[in-house]
Design a protein around this ligand. Structure first.
Ligand code: ADP
Length: 325
């Protein structure tokens, strides 16, 4: 086998990941739980070609930038070492995302790359191994190997065997994610840098790492019980805790924009009027609201009216990786 294609979907964390316990191994300091999202697909084809003198990477129809190529080559090198080959590869990858939705491209990107590259190299890695290898490139990618609701435990420093595990399939609960897009353009402080600055300088970092497992367990229990109010409370606390941690770093990291606050108040306003809808955010300005299928229309209409919100998208739960040999 020298060529394989895989698709993977992005995910959104309900219990947030923020902070690393081991940087070289890329281990998370806290456990996290996500839902995999339908419609946010990355498709990646990897072909090992003996004629190539170095790896070639095309990302969204253009030659990838040196830094992007570096992250891809690092994963390809681990695949080559495991397969005992030295052949260089041609990688063609596309993130089929609604533009500027602020949804994690590295999650689906590295899940699809781990699956396609290992299959192309003739390795029969199971999902656990794929998750572990994807995690080494991007912790959130570990969760995109699986569909539905997925947990990534915290990693013990020095132990590379940290992988995600599925906790419920997408059929378990028809939850929806409504994304309020609040700004375009790249974030000023990347996640890795933000996490490290938080760890080194935020007076709230230790409290976050200590409390995160409890919030994570609440999220897990609420998912199992399909209890949206309980899930929402723990999920919002997780989001606001990690943002507070980032904001209180030195210098402070502020991902919020004015429309972020407007959208957060819309979510609260809907709740005050009896709709169970709850907010989560990543390291960026967009607000993501979680609700039941029956509330999607109302939530979308309300968020469209929030000052400064430029686009509103809704998504269902999605499946895990698919590999085509
Ligand atoms: P995001 O929030 O979109 O995940 P990050 O800055 O964490 O933002 O990750 C974006 C990086 O992930 C890109 O700069 C690139 O290095 C990598 N990436 C994104 N999509 C792909 C892909 N399809 N294949 C390989 N790498 C990708």
């Amino acid at each position: 086998m020298t060529e394989a294609r895989a698709i993977a979907r992005a995910n959104i964390a309900l219990a947030k990941y923020w902070g690393k316990s081991d940087i070289p191994l890329n281990l998370p300091a806290v456990p996290s739980i996500s839902m995999t999202l339908d419609g946010l697909v990355t498709e990646t084809t990897v072909a090992f070609e003996p004629k190539l003198r170095r790896d070639r990477v095309s990302l969204d129809g253009r030659t990838a930038k040196p830094k992007e190529i570096g992250r891809v080559v690092e994963l390809l090198d681990r695949v080559r070492a495991a397969a005992g080959i030295e052949t260089r590869a041609r990688v063609v990858t596309e993130n089929r995302f609604p533009t500027a939705a602020g949804l994690a491209s590295s999650a689906s990107g590295f899940a699809a790359l781990a699956a396609s590259a290992s299959a192309a190299a003739g390795l029969a890695w199971n999902d656990k191994r794929l998750s572990r290898e994807a995690r080494q490139s991007s912790a959130s990618a570990a969760r995109s190997i699986y569909g539905g609701f997925v947990e990534l435990p915290a990693g013990k420093p020095g132990n590379p065997r940290c992988a995600a595990k599925p906790i419920a399939p997408s059929s378990h609960w028809d939850l929806r994610l409504v994304v309020a897009v609040t700004a375009t353009g790249r974030k000023k402080v990347g996640s890795t840098e933000g996490m490290e600055r938080s760890r080194k300088t935020s007076p709230l970092y230790d409290a976050w790492v200590e409390r995160a497992p409890k919030l994570n367990a609440k999220v897990r229990r609420a998912i199992k019980a399909r209890d949206l109010d309980k899930l929402g409370q723990a999920m919002e606390q997780s989001t606001f805790s990690f943002h507070a941690c980032a904001m209180s770093a030195a210098p402070g990291i502020l991902y919020w924009q004015p429309p972020t606050l407007a959208a957060l108040h819309v979510v609260r306003g809907l709740r005050d009027k009896g709709t169970s809808v709850w907010a989560t955010m990543d390291a960026g300005p967009h607000v993501k609201a979680v609700c039941e299928a029956e509330s999607v229309g109302k939530v979308k209409r309300a968020l469209r009216k929030a000052a400064g919100v430029t686009n509103v998208l809704s998504m269902k739960l999605g499946d895990g990786i698919e590999v085509f040999r």
